[in-house]
Design a protein around this ligand. Sequence first.
Ligand SMILES: NC(=O)c1ccc[n+]([C@@H]2O[C@H](COP(=O)([O-])OP(=O)(O)OC[C@H]3O[C@@H](n4cnc5c(N)ncnc54)[C@H](OP(=O)(O)O)[C@@H]3O)[C@@H](O)[C@H]2O)c1
Length: 324
Amino acid sequence: MALAKVLAANEEFARQNPAGCVAVFMGATAGIGESTLKRMVTLLDNSTFYVLGRNPTEIASKLEQLRISASTHQNKIVFIEAQVSLIADVDAACDRIIADENKVDYLCMSPGGMPFGGAVYTNEGLETCFAVSYYSRLRMVSKLLPLLRRSPGPHVLSILNGTLEKPINEDDLGLDKSWGITAVVNHTTVCTSLAFDYLSKQDEANKVVFLHATPGFVSTDTPRKTRPSRQSGILWWAFISTMQVVSGWIIYYFGMAVKDSGERHSYHLTSSTFNAGSWQVNRHSEVLPPNEVLRQYQERGWAEKVWDHSLRVWDRALATSRSS
Ligand SMILES: NC(=O)c1ccc[n+]([C@@H]2O[C@H](COP(=O)([O-])OP(=O)(O)OC[C@H]3O[C@@H](n4cnc5c(N)ncnc54)[C@H](OP(=O)(O)O)[C@@H]3O)[C@@H](O)[C@H]2O)c1
């Protein structure tokens, strides 16, 4: 779908004066999520936006700007300090939202980036990239589902790599033994699509729109943020450093403008063209049918396996959190 059509659809949505909504953003303190949040506060009126973030002092001026923009539409910004790589923090943030709201209309999740720094583990024992790209996001969906089901048109959006599913290591779904940069990207991608399939099958009222979107190359600071680790050897460090510079330049010169990406993801959240169900969305905002790899996993019952695995990982992480 051409950008001009996306812009027109967003304008049309705003003209209908949608109001009284609740939107939750995880990973919107920078990059694509931030751009989406900035656009969403100008599309809705009289609505509440929950923004989860780990560094309140670093983003104080961004938040102030956002509050000014939001106030022109009588929107309220509620910042919740949370280290979203931790399941316990995600739970605490959700508990606060559940205590204050009767419903959630929009849930937008985009924390993460390239795991160039190697495998770094959280206090709960989860590898950080896997946690922020998948475990924490799906935990949030799972906790907020009762509120999402009370919305007239709930949209859940995970901005990762939908439509780009690739084969995974079936003997090591959580990558406990075989972590690698490509592997963590492939596993979190497949897990997201299959977990959304699972949740969509449980959605008896057939109400919730689950979108797993790929943004394409977007000009954010993502490739430049993390430093590769030297622990895996100097050759590997040199290779990753080169990849990081090259991908950074490609994204900078050829990537989509982050503002346009924010428009597209606002469209994904608000458009009524997406039906209830679990969908993979490409960088042109088009729903594609499951690719051959995903289709095989679906047919072989991997949605249930992925969900069971997620439940086990969350329990383990929370037990580690309690004992530390
Ligand atoms: N940009 C692209 O070209 C591209 C392409 C394909 C897929 N993607 C995927 O799209 C998503 C968004 O990308 P982006 O370019 O917008 O990323 P970004 O500019 O790096 O922003 C990432 C957001 O995630 C948060 N975050 C990152 N690591 C975190 C951690 N360990 N714990 C807590 N919060 C963390 C950041 O918070 P802080 O502000 O606190 O750092 C920020 O709000 C990512 O999952 C990325 O892999 C991006």
